[in-house]
Structure formats: C-alpha cells, structure tokens
Design a binder for this molecule. Sequence first.
Ligand SMILES: Cc1cc2nc3c(=O)[nH]c(=O)nc-3n(C[C@H](O)[C@H](O)[C@H](O)COP(=O)(O)O)c2cc1C
Length: 307
Amino acid sequence: MTSPSFGDYQLEIYGAGLHGVLPSFPMAFAGLEARAGQALPPSVLSYVAGGAGREHTQRANVSAFGRWGLIPRMFVGAARRAMAVNLFGMTLPSPLLMAPIGVIGLCAQDGHGDLATAAAAARTGVPMIASTLSVDPLEDVAARFGGTPGFFQLYTPTDRDLAASLVSRAEAAGFRGIVVTLDTWVTGWRPRDLAASNFPQLRGHCLANYTSDPVFRALLGQDPSADLAATVALFARLFGQPLTWDDLPWLRSLTTLPLLVKGICHPTTRAGPGTRGWTGSTAPPTAAARPTAACPRSTASPPWWTR
Ligand SMILES: Cc1cc2nc3c(=O)[nH]c(=O)nc-3n(C[C@H](O)[C@H](O)[C@H](O)COP(=O)(O)O)c2cc1C
C-alpha cells in the first residue's frame, strides 16, 4: 500500500508553478463546487447536491463540522507526520475512508467515476467504500484498488439470496470489509429531485451490480438490457430491506470479513442489544435519506440526547 505524506502533494503544485504551470483544478471547495455545477448535467447535480426539505440538515452538518478543530503540539520534532491507524487488522495511512457515493459513476466525464475513485484510492492509500449502486460492477472497481484495501457497501436487498451473492462476490473480488447501510429504505422528501421528477436509479443508472449478478438475472429471467422497465421494476422491488437486530446473525454468517454498520446516529442504538457480530460503525446517515430534522452529527452524542 502507498503511504504518502499527504501534505507533500502541494509541493507538486508549487514545483509545477516554477515551470509556469498553474493547477487545472480550483484549490478551494467553493471553486470546486462551482466548477461541478458547470460540468455536471442538471439531473446529476440536483441528486448530488440536493437534500431533503429546506436542506437545513446539510447546512447544520457543515456548521457542526466547523466547530471542530485541531490543536497542534509543539516541541515534538514532527518532521514526519504519523497519521496511520490500525483498523480491523489493517494499517491505513490515515483515519479517512471515502464514503460510498451511489452516483459517483455518473459524475465522471467518461461515466466511470467508480473506477476513477478506485484509482484515486490506489494512488492515495485512502480506502474507497464502493457503493452497491455503481455504474461498473464491483469486480471491475476492486481491480483498480492496487494495494489499497477496499470496502463494499451493501444496501441489503429484500431477497436474501441476492444479498448473499453480492457479499460473496465482494469477498471473492478482494474487498476487505462489508459496510451495511442501515438507512435509505425511504428517501427523504427531496424538492430538487422531485421538481425534475428525477431519481437516477429509476432511470436505469448505477445498477451494474444488480444486472451483473447471477441471482438478479435468474429472478429477472431475461437479459437485463432486453427490457429496461422490467429491470428497473425488479431492482425497485428488491431494493431496501429495513433491518432489525435479528437480521445481524444472518448477515454475519455470510462472510468472515469485518462487518460494519453505517447510519447509526442514536447512542442507545450503539448501546442496545450488544454488537452481535458487527465489527464497527460509521455514523453519518446517507444523503438520499438526508432527513429534514435530523440532528447535526456532532451533537448526536450524549449529553445532547440525554438532556
Ligand atoms: C450523492 C450521494 C450519494 C450517496 N450514495 C450513498 C450510497 O450509495 N450508499 C451509502 O451508504 N451512502 C451514500 N451516501 C451517503 C454518504 O456515504 C455519507 O454517509 C453522507 O453523505 C454523509 O456524509 P456527508 O455529510 O459528508 O455528505 C451518498 C451521499 C451522497 C451525497
């Protein structure tokens, strides 16, 4: 695995500047956001940038993050930064992972953003959590990881055989952990997407893990490209099994890989009936859910909840 000194990337930019080459991408987030607005088709932009209701939760999350800071220590001779962490038996060069983004495939100009993200993971050593909803099948995504470990995010289907198939494919493809998303069984009320009557998956986008799956294909009974409406209808029927704690032993039985649960917000859920086989959890709810009245994540811990 590459273990870069991340801060040194800027030296590439300053070095190129000595030869009169300016960066081709904006350096500040607002500039990147503005460029994305110019480059992305409006339907993709509204899905990526939009939230539920008045989008209050998104803004609250951003300001909640703004209240966190780092306090550097002095007199420690930090010529080399050590940001590596051990996670589930793996040594990662930083505590960051790339969150699963179901339409990232559509966000690249060539329509293969899942592969581009995997290539970025290979270059940086920052693991990608590859979404169930991707333009390219999970095997093709995993093939681009290089030495960087990858994680597969599972939207647990209503059909258990399909769930088992997706998990075993991920394991066979070399993913190093399964991240089970617990929310998004109902999407939030998303005015931007509703106004354009646009939901990418219902238009047949990002379904490659389904259309390449033997269980899905058997259930469909025909080539997925033969009848897009039938393919999308089957996807819609199979998407989204709201889980209970009782489902966890079954999920655990599907794989020996680390099993992470994604979307737990309330501390009583964490402290609930034990961990029953899951290895860890990631906190933020997914964007498609993006609930209107959810609390900002940095407040989602005691004493806020216990007041
Ligand atoms: C456009 C978009 C697509 C997403 N797709 C998925 C997905 O396929 N699976 C998933 O578990 N989370 C998905 N998420 C949720 C993110 O992984 C993440 O949990 C969420 O955006 C909260 O983090 P943030 O506040 O930094 O955006 C998506 C988020 C966005 C913005």
